[in-house]
Design a protein around this ligand. Structure first.
Ligand SMILES: Nc1ncnc2c1ncn2[C@@H]1O[C@H](COP(=O)(O)OP(=O)(O)OP(=O)(O)O)[C@@H](O)[C@H]1O
Length: 302
């Protein structure tokens, strides 16, 4: 089966800093692949290249066989790629529902003429957008009021809205950048289940995540970066026992001590770090992914 996403020998340099240094991996339809690595390993930079926010220095990115390496974010999105951000980016003053309705505009075409005259076609299209938004908010399990401003929602609910908006674009590929950051244990379990339900829709998912309990539980494959270089690509079990991965985590300041030698970094008993599953897998670093790092830009106007 040909790959949905193919990243081939991707390089991205900021002056002398090689943020991404020869990354290659593939993602197939309905596959869940995690990209992990210590802080500064190049994970978000790779996401930014794939989604057109950064222009790769060299290498190629293809979606369904189409080269998107030099495309702008809107053109990449139009080819079926949606993403969420490390720091939630919603239109904070807009109602929750409108934030998700905005996601439908990628495929639901409106004509200025119809909008100006409020034609029946315009009203029908608006209704489709509203129905879609409700559908996706139901899908992600939003409990909060949908009519109030997005910024009034608790953080965990804002994350759900962001995922709902990404899904409202009808993506083939969804990139989630640290979706578990700042969530409590119960919310992480719900996220785990949500990620699987998204995959069951046939959508491929690439996940950047520091919570190793979640990563090990949900991923079919794990790609590991360190200083921009890919040091492993394999099953969760293979990766957690890979000496290069263990070395990378042990050598970084990210991980708490407690690595035992057969895991990149062992659990410390800190419940917040134990991830969605608490399976004792390698520990997620908390750093800026922990609850305390979430507050800065809870709702930024995109
Ligand atoms: N816009 C930028 N300008 C200059 N350097 C950058 C920029 N973005 C990232 N970098 C550098 O590129 C490297 C990779 O950063 P990146 O944010 O991609 O890592 P990451 O693995 O996502 O880290 P984290 O887990 O902390 O989010 C780092 O050295 C970082 O300082």
């Amino acid at each position: 089966m040909s790959a949905l996403l193919e990243v081939a020998d991707l390089h991205l340099a900021f002056g002398g800093v090689k943020a991404v240094d020869g990354l290659s991996f593939q993602v197939h339809e309905a596959e869940i692949v995690s990209v992990i690595g210590p802080n500064g390993a190049g994970k978000t930079s790779a996401f930014n290249c794939i989604t057109g926010f950064y222009r790769a220095t060299s290498g190629a990115i293809t979606i369904d066989g189409t080269d998107v390496t030099r495309l702008r974010p809107s053109a990449v999105a139009a080819r079926g790629v949606s993403r969420t951000f490390q720091n939630v980016r919603l239109f904070g003053d807009l109602p929750v529902l409108d934030n998700v309705r905005a996601g439908t505009h990628l495929w639901l075409r409106q004509h200025v003429f119809d909008a100006l005259l409020h034609t029946p076609r315009y009203r029908r299209t608006e209704q489709v957008a509203t129905d879609e938004a409700h559908r996706w908010l139901d899908f992600v399990g939003l409990r909060a009021d949908r009519t109030g401003p997005a910024r009034a929602l608790p953080y965990g609910e804002q994350r759900r809205v962001e995922i709902a908006r990404a899904l409202a674009r009808h993506p083939k590929l969804l990139l989630l950048d640290e979706p578990a950051a700042g969530l409590n244990h119960g919310e992480k379990l719900e996220l785990l289940e949500l990620i699987r339900r998204i995959r069951d829709l046939g959508i491929a998912i690439v996940l950047i995540e520091h919570d190793m309990g979640l990563v090990m539980e949900v991923s079919q494959r794990v790609v590991v970066l360190n200083f921009g270089k890919e040091i492993a690509d394999g099953s969760p079990e293979a990766v957690r026992r890979d000496p290069a991965v263990i070395e990378a985590y042990l050598g970084s300041d990210d991980e708490p001590s407690g690595a035992t030698g057969d895991e990149p970094a062992g659990q410390t008993g800190d419940e917040e770090r134990s991830g969605a599953t608490g399976d004792g897998g390698p520990s997620g670093q908390t750093g800026d992914g922990g609850p305390s790092g979430l507050t800065e830009e809870r709702t930024a106007d995109a």
